[in-house]
Write a protein that binds this ligand. Sequence first.
Ligand code: E4P
Length: 440
Amino acid sequence: MTRDVVVGLGSSLGDRRLALRAALRALDALPGTEVVAVSRLWASRALGPARRPFLNAAARLRTDLAPRRLLRACQAIERRLGRRPAVRWGDRVVDLDLLLFGSLRRRGRDLRLPHPELLRRSFALLPAREVAPELVHPVAGRPLAALPLPPGPPCWPVGVLDGAPMAVAGGQRGRYMPATLAGRRTGAWNGPPGSRREPSPPPRSRTMKIFLDTANLDQIREAHSWGIIDGVTTNPSLIAREGGDFVETIHRICEIVQGPVSAETVSQNAEGMIEEGRLLARISEHVVVKVPLSIEGLKATRVLSDEGIDVNVTLCFQAAQALLAAKAGAAYISPFLGRLDDIAHEGVGLIEQIVGIYGNYPELGTEVLAASIRHPLHVLQVAMAGADVATIPFKVLAKLVEHPLTDIGNERFLADWATVPDTDVAGQVRRWLAAREEGR
Ligand code: E4P
């Protein structure tokens, strides 16, 4: 399914125009994607610690990519153009935000649609209105052109990205197509000075995500309270083990985790998987549909991912299977470590191979979800191999926290602390703060 998408672009470092132009070209080169309009350039004073004003623009895309695939492709473009992790609102070479994705609404940790800043920042809304005045904001329920401008830092137009003439279509001010995008696609690298096309791309995720591999609600609630859980994977065996109502269980897990939750199809043909997948995706926006790695699974993956449904292709035991799953549009591939170890194959080697292959082709955009993890060493190994996600049983996760030297060290600190005249830390700090207040 082709969707109208609005992407916000920003830059405050280096040659900002060059970086924005390179980002536009990279967006236009994504598979199944075309940049159909670009706004004027807008400048805004930095909100945070950035030293220079930001230059902002918006691009309107027509894309067949599913939301998370486009998100990951945008992140890959940012990294390729030299963006490094930075503080919020800090300087950056290039920033790409999915502002609007058709009428889709997503409330995940990693993906929020429409982008919450779209209604709050004029540097996002002003350029977006230029390229998509008639698109309806799915939360506000009104076309972008009719939305009031938010208060906030001033934002002013500073020309266009190219020497291209403005094509004023239907009286819409500022809609134009830069010459670099009008009808020609070049693979030539044109990033900001100092950046280069990297032969082996940097790691695709900035952090390894941790999913819990269980359908047990108590375990999920407990691990979630630790503040480290990004998602959950289930499978028919895990659901059967808990014995509750399947749909209700998935719904409750989504409510707790507010992140990707894999729910598996059981049909063995594509038609059935697609039907089950579409229904499962209606339980919650957080549902990721799991299908087995088979020809039928690949067919279903293509159809579901084209509809914007994230698919986790499971039961992967060799790297070539993972390549096919990515080609079919999978959001995640699940290689099974433990089950390979069980038959005397080194499971972590498979993770390394897949991470290597996907690293060669970052625009595939599929995340490597290391599954069938049996012990803490597996977690360490997959993190070192660069997996995007490790899905971990609760027992293994709990073991990761423990170390006898931590316990011994803690006991020793407490024993020494017991010898000081006042052991009440909070009381001491409160008295000190109160005394300082009085002294002012
Ligand atoms: C998760 O997605 C997998 O279904 C799970 O990790 C399989 O684990 P197992 O091999 O321990 O059953």
